[in-house]
Design a binder for this molecule. Structure first.
Ligand code: GLY
Length: 557
């Protein structure tokens, strides 16, 4: 992998690089002109290739998004959807694009009932789990409004990866091994990710996806026309319906991505922009920052027990609010102004340390699906993009001979009171299932400005841990002045109120875990919590960082 370091002068960051390198930590990637950070090196390389060919950040983000979903097809793909935040340097404006999947119009209250009871398994795997995909519409909308290249040009790196193959990465190999018994049940998944004898393909083996390459090639410069309206749309709908699902050709034909106003609030002299509903991520992030703001967190010390205790209480509050208030804004009014109002936030701060979690058996929020990427170009345009097919390999269904892995995004709805989704999240009426509605998401693509100029972009993957991981990365940079690489590498915690446990990464020192346990928190150590990508904009250049947790890479020049 090419990493082009900008070393035109000895700088503070370069000195820091040397110190970290000597200590065995991965160096931050610093570049003068442009940077791409993605959860797979081949995705980052694809974006840089497009930037070097004259594309802007939007062109490169679409190229990276397509390529990363070929290289980590368990995380995301054209059978899924997501959210994108775009900063255009010329106007200084930030745009939010919602290309979230949508419930088919034929779903009813009884669709997910079996024997008179809600059956959550139907939302997680198989044809009823599939919501109308949005990625293709979102990518075309972004390119058309702010890109400079045609779809066929930005899709080229992804087409080559799918057609010619690439070495299976560590993350993908783990996901294949973990889900192999389910992959055997789908011809498309089996033929790509398993050997003929049914054993999982391993790290380093070449993975090719010729059918996906042909599908991307067939999009030419008209991906929306091809995916949502043509013969391909009929094939997708026929396949899902043939398996017992309800997604129709009309659902595909009526799908639209939506431009929305980003949410934003001040935090300690910064302006933080993030995703509005139907993602809960932006509102929750801003609420957490508002709760934490007075006095700030720096005085408590990074990852000190008092700091983490404060974070835990804050996390519990934002997840309680998520469950009560958030849903698709086309269907419910999400009271963001009320949630972030100074009076309410004051009240929340006063009751700190009084939120006691419900007694229940803790389940680790386990998800390594979804993918985040950040791009900045020569002009200073920025894209922060998160895309997903939900959990690993989505609904575990591939549309035959297309390479399209279908999402299981229906599981992000609240099926019924008291029934948790795969991440342990509970919800209520605002996120109930309805025809044409978008399920709540945790995706949190974020851009931070200071005095009107960008200083940081970040976001992540990993279900609800996206919100808490992005919060911790922001605090690590803005409050504790870590560079993006160290901010991401730093061990994290996660608490989502339900289930009743504070999840703490194994890398957190045992003394800290013990101190939290002594405070009365129920600690559950887990290997990793989310995956983050970030780019910092500094006087010394762009500092890019991709999370080692999923083996990502930042590439710049
Ligand atoms: N599918 C995970 C999320 O959107 O939060």
């Amino acid at each position: 992998m090419k990493r082009i370091m900008w070393k035109s002068r000895v700088s503070l960051l370069a000195a820091l690089w040397l110190v970290l390198a000597a200590a065995g930590a991965a160096p931050a990637v610093i570049a003068k002109h442009a940077m791409v950070a993605a959860e797979h090196p081949l995705g980052a390389d694809a974006g840089v290739r497009i930037l070097k060919a004259g594309g802007n950040a939007v062109d490169a983000a679409v190229a990276t998004g397509l390529a990363v979903c070929v290289a980590n097809p368990s995380s995301c793909g054209i059978g899924g959807g997501g959210f994108m935040l775009i900063y255009m340097a010329q106007t200084g404006r930030i745009y939010a694009l919602d290309f979230r999947e949508t419930a088919p119009h034929a779903v009813t209250e009884s669709t997910f009932m079996r024997n008179g009871k809600p059956d959550e398994a139907l939302l997680r795997k198989g044809p009823l789990a599939v919501a109308v995909p949005g990625q293709v519409a979102g990518f075309e909308a972004a390119l058309k409004r702010f890109g400079t290249m045609k779809f066929s040009q930005v899709a080229q790196p992804a087409i080559e990866l799918a057609r010619d193959g690439f070495p299976c990465g560590e993350h993908l190999a783990k996901e294949i091994a973990r889900t192999a018994p389910l992959l055997t049940q789908d011809e498309g998944l089996k033929s790509v990710f398993l050997h003929p004898d049914g054993s999982p393909r391993k790290e380093g083996e070449t993975i090719t996806q010729p059918e996906l390459a042909a599908t991307l090639q067939a999009f030419d410069d008209h991906p929306v026309e091809t995916f949502y309206h043509g013969e391909l749309a009929a094939r997708i709908a026929d396949f899902v319906k043939g398996r017992g699902g309800v997604l129709s050709a009309e659902d595909l034909a009526s799908y639209k991505s939506i431009w929305r106003a980003p949410l934003h609030r001040g935090y300690r002299g910064y302006q933080v922009y993030s995703m509005p509903p139907p993602s809960s991520g932006g509102g929750m992030l801003l609420e957490a920052l508002e709760i934490l703001e007075p006095g700030g967190t720096p005085g408590l010390g990074l990852n000190s027990p008092p700091y983490l205790a404060r974070l835990i209480e804050t996390m519990r509050q934002i997840f309680i609010d998520r469950a009560i208030f958030y849903g698709d804004p086309e269907f419910v009014r999400v009271p963001i102004d009320f949630l972030l109002s100074p009076q309410r936030i004051d009240g929340i701060r006063r009751k700190a340390f009084q939120i006691h979690p419900p007694a229940a058996v803790p389940e680790a929020p386990r998800d390594h699906g979804t993918s985040h990427l950040c791009v900045i170009d020569r002009q200073g345009n920025i894209v922060s993009l998160t895309t997903t097919i939900n959990t690993a390999f989505g609904a575990k269904l591939t549309v035959p001979h297309t390479g399209i892995v279908l999402n299981n995004e229906m599981d992000d709805f609240a099926l019924a009171p008291g029934i948790a989704n795969v991440y342990g999240l509970r919800g209520s009426g605002p996120n109930s299932i309805a025809p044409g509605k978008r399920p709540l998401s945790s995706m949190t693509p974020t851009i931070v400005l200071k005095s009107g100029s960008p200083v940081l972009t970040a976001g992540g993957s990993g279900g609800p841990t996206i919100v808490t991981a992005t919060l911790q990365v922001l605090l690590n940079v803005l409050d504790f002045h870590l560079d993006a690489e160290r901010a991401i590498r730093s061990p994290r915690i996660h608490d989502q109120y339900y289930p009743a446990a504070v999840f703490v990464e194994d890398a957190m020192p045992v003394s800290v875990r013990d101190a939290l346990a002594e405070m009365g928190f129920q600690i559950k150590a887990v290997p990793m919590l989310g995956d983050e990508e970030a780019i910092q904009i500094t006087a010394d250049g762009y500092v890019g960082a991709a999370d080692p947790r999923k083996g990502g890479a930042a590439v710049g020049y």
